[in-house]
Design a binder for this molecule. Sequence first.
Ligand code: MN
Length: 709
Amino acid sequence: MNAMTQETKRTLIYIALAFAFSIALRMIWFYQFSGYEPFYHNAQFMINTNDGYYFAEGARDLLSGVHQENDLSALESAASQLTAFFAFILPFSFESIILFMPVVLSSLIVIPIILIAKNLDNLEMGFIAALLASVTHSYYNRTMIGYYDTDMLNIVLPMFLLWSIIWAIRTNEDKYLLITALDILVYRWWYPQSYSLEFAFFGLILFYALVWDRKNLYNYKLLAIMMFAMVGLEGYIRALLVLGAFFIFTKEKFDRYIYYILGVSIVLFFISGGFNPIWSQLKGYVFKDAVTAADTGLKLHFYSVMQTVREAGHIPFETFANRISGHVVTFVLSVGGFIYLAYKHRVMLFALPLIGLGFLAYVGGLRFTIYAVPVLAFGVAFLIVQSAQFMPTPRLKFLAPLLLTLLALVPNITHIQNYKVPTVFQADEVKVLEKLHAEAKREDYVVAWWDYGYPIRYYSDVKTLIDGGKHSGDVNFPVSFMLTNPQDVAAKMARLDVEYTEKTFAFVKENKERIKDKNLIIFSNIEQMTKEYGFNDTNDFLLSLQTEVELPKKTRDIYFYLPMRMMDIYPTVEMFSNIDLMSGEMKKRSFFYVTKSFKQEGNNINLDQGVVFDLQNTIVSIGNQKVPVKRFVQTAYDKNNKLTKSIQMANPAGDVNVVYMSNYNTFLVLDEKAYNSLYIQLAVLEEYDKMLFEEVLLTPQAKVYKLKI
Ligand code: MN
């Protein structure tokens, strides 16, 4: 008894120490930027992940109790619900809660790690693994302070699941049946895509039971209760099923029905559609090319986001290893150590689904690496603890593991010190959005590129056309068109796209059943417009926007949010509408060159990258091509932050325009199309058509206009 409490005490101390360590290292960023005003809002740091604003918007609306229909607010998401709960019960500001939630929640990872090690009677291994896992590259990057996203629990929850599975298999105690099932319920609530990992754990336990432990009824109880937690029904029904199963499983007299109950759970799993997500995912992998779009309508070709996301097909081994273990050497030792550990303690093989998912990163993208972090941390920690055995003196038996642990930690700590990610927005930009919030109604739309969608909705509480989750080629097309085309057609497209978006929401709501039965296809807004304006060719429809067209009835106001930071992504923004939707052919890209690196050399200004502006002859040479300059424009802000500009017409027949934005220390070289785009005219030159737009807020960081039509 005494030894038992001693061990419990040690376990708690290790958990407390590792937890404090994980928190402390996550505070490095906090102190590095302490006092840096542009990162603050409401006296607290802002978050540094774009998607976080999605959950923040949902939590804000849950707390206020109101939201607007079709505002895409994340009321249903677990992260929003948990945030709202914390904000409700805790005495901290909302900003502080979303900033620190990842710090605290992700540090919980040390608990299952240490508890698993406790089961293997190797607490020191657990302590070392917990220190390592909590701060290793990819785990840190995705759970650092301000990285307010589901990642903060995405590894913690499956690690708890692994812990309860290991303890269930090792002890056959009833309580682990319930804990395992409850963990699945919570994990599924938190992260609906968790089914693949849960299913992998289930398969592994089934395999184990059938091959090594066939006569043990407990295994089938575990499988059945896991299956009940995974069936394709509402969470509360699954919870009731789990509780019912647990009640039966604790009564010995029902033991002879176990196989039937397991059978029922499996049948229920299939008929309730529990397998569907797994099946569709498998189909996606196996029949990748066979998936074709519906063979109806105009068959428009849209530019896909996937084409712009440069998710490297092949990740260098060093990056992969660094992200999982902090260093290539640690990684190799971790893999070897894990094999050795699994050889000594077979039960560790239940961690294979996590390693498997982590190694998927090699083909599926870097974001998967975090799954392998805690499990492989056991590997190197096991070797470190084992090293003590070879030490001759007690002192060395203590010092050697300590030194080796520090060595394994160093690359990760260095990484944290150098990982100075900025906040998503800067204080001045948020000021603009807050003023917009005061001006715009909640049903109004704000047009902006999808990168700014979630933050705009969070700070301004308006609607957006595209955001971090809604940015497929067909919804990006109209927004890209608005930003990169002349004001008159852009204005018309804005009214059209907003009204068609709302119209489609209403249509989908009315026809829910038919859409579910696949009797009804929802066409893209642009396709609907084309047809309803009497065209069979989208290009003809787009051309018709240059004429007088009758626009849909205005149901709300539309604002344009044009941040200066969009300058860097303008060429990408343009891609999405620079495509012939009928044929899928990309059109010639605008010439759009932006630079902050330039220097005067006599009569020339060297604009870097082989671009030289000849002031005397007003010619720009690009490589060995000489292009006459049509306009030379200089902009500056006066002391009241009002934009002043001088436009010098050089060669009326010129092909490019040079814009010197003196306060931004930036030169632009633009062809006519880019120069005449809404973005350049409204954001850079404040040259807006007063029939179409009115100014709302014009600051050096971002400009907001209101559409008048
Ligand atoms: Mn709203």
